[in-house]
Write a protein that binds this ligand. Structure first.
Ligand code: ADE
Length: 314
C-alpha cells in the first residue's frame, strides 16, 4: 500500500538513551524495530547496514541517508527520486532490490531493502580477474531480464555498473542503487541531465545530455565487455580521456575474447542509441526479444532464469 512508503514519526531520542520498548505504539515502523549490524556499503550520501527485524528475525539491508548532508548538497530530491523509483518497481521482479519500508527520524532517512548477502559483482570480477563465459552469460541474461522489466515500468537506471549489481544467497543478481534512476512519463521521454560513472557513460549522454533506455543498454555492453576482459572497455588516464575514447568508440578486444560475446558487444556499443540491440521499440528488429535471441544466449532458459542454479563463480 502507499502508506507503507510514507512513514513519518516523531524524532527518535539520541542513541544511547532509552527508547520505547514497544516501537509499534504509534503503529509505524521505526529504527527501534531493527537491530543494526555491520556496514555493507558506503556511498557519498548514505551508508548501507545489515539489520535484523527484531520481531520476525528477518534480515535486511537498510540504507541510511543523512538528512543534513543531503540538504546541504541539494540532494533531497535525489533521495526522494530513489524512493519513488523503488516504489514504482515494486516487488514483482527477483532481479531488483525490493524496498520494504521507509521511515525517518530527526537525522536520517531509512530505506529497508532486500539483503544481498554475497555483495557486489564488482568485487567478484576484481578478485577473479574476469568471469568465465558461462558466468558472464548467466549474469548478462539476468541483467537483461531485470532491465527489460524496469524499462517496461518506465524506469531507466542511468548508473548501471558492476558495483550496483549485487549477489543474493543463491548468487543470483539484484540490481540496486536507483539514486540516479529516472521515471519516464512516456516512451518518447528523455531525461535531460547526466549522472553516472565515467566508464559506463554513453556517447549521447556526453554530447547531448540525453538519456533513455538505450543508455542502460550501452552500460550493459560495457559490463559484458568487463566481465570477460577483466578490464574497462573504455579507460583513459583521466575522465576527459575516457570520454574521448567513448565518443570515438575507441576500444579493442583482447585475444581469446569469446566470439559470440564479441559480436554481442559490437551490437550493444553502437553510437546511435536507436540502433543498439535491445533498444528498439517492441516489434522492431532490435527490440528486447532480439537481444534475448542473440546466439551468445544459446542454452539460456529465459523462463527459468531465476530458478536455475547459478554457475560456479569462476
Ligand atoms: N550494499 C549495498 N546495498 C546492499 C544490499 N541491498 N545488500 C547487501 N549489500 C549491499
Amino acid at each position: 500500500s502507499e502508506d507503507r512508503h510514507t512513514e513519518l514519526r516523531p524524532p527518535a531520542p539520541p542513541r544511547g538513551q532509552p527508547r520505547s520498548r514497544n516501537s509499534s505504539v504509534n503503529g509505524r515502523i521505526s529504527a527501534d524495530d531493527f537491530e543494526f549490524g555491520r556496514v555493507l556499503g558506503e556511498g557519498s550520501y548514505s551508508t548501507v547496514m545489515l539489520a535484523r527485524h527484531k520481531s520476525t528475525g528477518r534480515e535486511y539491508a537498510i540504507k541510511v541517508l543523512d538528512k543534513g548532508h543531503l540538504k546541504r548538497n541539494n540532494k533531497l530530491a535525489t533521495a526522494l527520486a530513489e524512493k519513488n523509483t523503488l516504489v514504482r518497481l515494486g516487488a514483482e521482479h527477483p532481479g531488483i532490490v525490493h524496498l520494504y519500508w521507509t521511515f525517518q527520524d530527526e537525522w536520517s532517512l531509512f530505506f529497508v531493502l532486500d539483503l544481498a548477502r554475497n555483495g557486489e559483482l564488482q568485487s567478484r570480477i576484481f578478485r577473479l580477474g574476469s568471469l568465465s563465459t558461462e558466468c558472464t552469460r548467466y549474469y548478462t541474461a539476468q541483467i537483461i531480464d531485470a532491465l527489460d522489466y524496469m524499462h517496461s515500468k518506465g524506469v531507466i537506471h542511468r548508473d548501471l555498473k558492476p558495483e550496483n549489481l549485487l549477489l543474493d544467497d543463491n548468487y543470483r543478481l539484484k540490481l540496486t542503487d536507483f539514486g540516479t534512476g529516472k521515471v519516464l512519463n512516456s516512451e518518447v521521454d528523455r531525461a535531460k541531465t547526466w549522472v553516472g560513472t565515467a566508464q559506463y557513460i554513453s556517447p549521447e549522454l556526453l554530447e547531448v545530455s540525453e538519456s533513455s533506455k538505450a543508455s542502460d543498454i550501452w552500460a550493459l555492453g560495457c559490463i559484458l565487455y568487463q566481465m570477460i576482459a577483466g578490464r574497462f572497455a573504455f579507460h583513459g588516464l583521466s575522465e576527459y580521456l575516457t570520454w574521448q575514447k567513448i565518443k570515438q568508440l575507441d576500444y579493442s578486444f583482447p585475444d581469446g575474447f569469446d566470439e559470440q560475446a564479441k559480436d554481442l558487444v559490437q551490437k550493444l556499443l553502437v553510437r546511435d542509441p536507436t540502433q543498439r540491440l535491445g533498444a528498439g521499440l517492441p516489434g522492431s528488429p532490435n527490440d528486447m526479444q532480439a537481444l534475448r535471441s542473440h546466439p551468445f544466449f544459446t542454452g539460456i532458459d529465459w523462463k527459468a532464469l531465476w530458478s536455475t542454479p547459478a554457475p560456479p563463480l569462476e
